[in-house]
Ligand binder design. Sequence first.
Ligand code: NZQ
Ligand code: ZN
Length: 390
Amino acid sequence: MLGNFSYCNPTKLYFGEDSLKFLNTELPKYGDNMVLIYGGGSIKKNGIYDEVVAILNQNKKKVAEISGVMPNPTVDKLYEGVKIARDHHADLLLAVGGGSVCDYAKAVSVSVNCEEDPWEKYYVRFEEPSCETLPVGCVLTMVGTGSEMNAGAVITNPKTKQKIGHVFADEKIMPKFAVLNPKYTLTLPHYQMVSGIYDIFNHICEQYFSGEDDNTSDYISEGLMRSVIYASRIANKNPLDYEARSNIMRAATWALNTLVSRGKSTDWMVHMLGQSVGAYTNATHGMTLAAVSLPYYRHILPYGVQKFKRFAVNVWNVDPAGKTDEQTAQEGLAAMENWMRELGLVMNISELGATEDMIEGIADGTLIMSGGYKVLNHDEIVEILKESMA
Ligand code: NZQ
Ligand code: ZN
């Protein structure tokens, strides 16, 4: 490894079938005023809402609610939540839901005491909070983003057609605690389950396809990828398999909790492309990544052949004997494509609602990162998006 780093992740995890009871350990650490944040109602249907509210009542919390946090939360919804949290003098924001709800809670946290427009401050100028932030806790119900143990918060501005993620530098923005009960994920529709699985896998790829040094992170990443592939095949056939779903949940958290990115450069171009597609289509996050991945990876493969070869051999068990490095590398991507099709992922952006006339706008909205094997130019982005149409 050639990079230097510091590392701190203060999120306390409670993992397993009985993990919700640990809310009783965490809640007394905060003041009485809680804001319970959730999405469009899945937690009311599957009973998680009632379980959480019972514990809040036992702990005599005064609860205000922010409900209806949509997938890909918008800036207008953020303004609404900031007002509720301010009016309630919130001491803790408790997010119960998926990445959208958890991200949203973090965005409210950094905005409650901020006098400036949070969109301008955090998502246009990428500043760090200069005000007091609120603690966030999380009960996770959808697996994929890693938001439960990181400082990322993605917000969409439908007016400007931008979907922007801010990964805050200060670890105090990470949730103070996260309750991870794999059973809570069993009610997810298949579409959301596989979308989340691809999100996990791609988070690892984004941190793997970069750098040329021998790096411990890459070995950790290969192990995580193998675990995700193995468990996903079981969960795809039998979504109620607890063991597989618990490994998927665990892998999701460790894929994006800052662990594997330490000491190396990272790519994130699939996410930049996918987020811009999402800004135009409001499509499900993991599916936007699946739809642009193969055209992107096939485009950059010639610039990182050795890593793609290593990916083929160590992750997909491709036998390199008698093949050129490039052939082995291409076989790895072919194996990944087969797996993606087996899961039933969306493999093109047209199916997500993107049309030819959006391509220029999506390309303009794609932030260009410089940590991967090739810094893309605008024409290359347009080319990749066109290839992602079919
Ligand atoms: O809103 P409800 O009714 O709760 O339904 C949700 C939502 O429709 C449903 N759902 C969640 N748990 C369920 C359930 N349905 C049945 N049973 C359950 N147990 O699933 C739908 C999707 O939920 P959402 O939270 O939107 O999904 P996800 O966890 O994929 O989060 C996506 C957001 O996270 C951002 C994405 O860009 C997107 O905005 N990301 C955040 C990251 C981070 N913080 O580091 C990184 C990621 O790359 C990603 O960008
Ligand atoms: Zn993602």
